[in-house]
Ligand binder design. Structure first.
Ligand SMILES: [Zn+2]
Length: 176
């Protein structure tokens, strides 16, 4: 089984800055105030929770990426209503793989989301999505129908289809 999705290029730091501005790492700074919107928080946040994401979580996302991300979560829920999301992390200012020698992660712009990180972990090799090897690696991973639904909105760069690295928890909004 292969995932039939429109491929988009990798969302680079350069393109992220063009699209979303230059984050400064200060969670209370001017960039964050202007660009980050909170969802969920048991109804205390500015916007409602993302569809399917636990209501109690505070989900922080770039304002410009928020509608596409919301549409993706809604499409995933519709495509796979039985899948229960336990965690979803979006905005956090950090370097790739928490390594300061690496470039900034797209999470720094609030334009990437990690869904259920504990069961969809990063691997440092290519694994064909939903191949036998994949299913062995991710027995409790995101279901095929869920991922297909999530990506159906288009313009999403999914870590599960990368070459040399496999990061199925991760999706970036390449085209907001
Ligand atoms: Zn990620």
């Amino acid at each position: 089984m292969t995932l039939d999705i429109p491929k988009v290029p990798l969302l680079t730091a350069k393109r992220a800055t063009e699209l979303y501005g230059k984050p400064d790492g200060d969670p209370h700074g001017a960039w964050a105030k202007a660009n980050i919107v909170y969802c969920g928080g048991s109804g205390k946040a500015e916007k409602p929770a993302m569809p399917g994401v636990p209501e109690r979580l505070w989900f922080a996302v770039h304002r410009k990426a928020e509608p596409k991300m919301r549409a993706a979560f809604a499409a995933a829920k519709l495509a796979c209503p039985t899948y229960v999301i336990r965690s979803a992390g979006c905005w956090v200012y950090r370097h790739q793989q928490h390594d300061p020698t690496r470039p900034l992660s797209i999470h720094s712009w609030g334009a990437a989301v990690d869904v259920d990180a504990s069961t969809n972990g990063l691997r440092s090799r290519t694994i064909a999505p939903y191949s036998a090897a994949w299913l062995k690696e991710y027995p409790q991973g995101l279901p095929y129908e869920w991922v297909k639904g999530f990506l159906s909105v288009g313009g999403m760069d999914w870590g599960g289809s990368w070459r040399g690295t496999c990061d199925p928890m991760h999706t970036s909004v390449y085209e907001p």
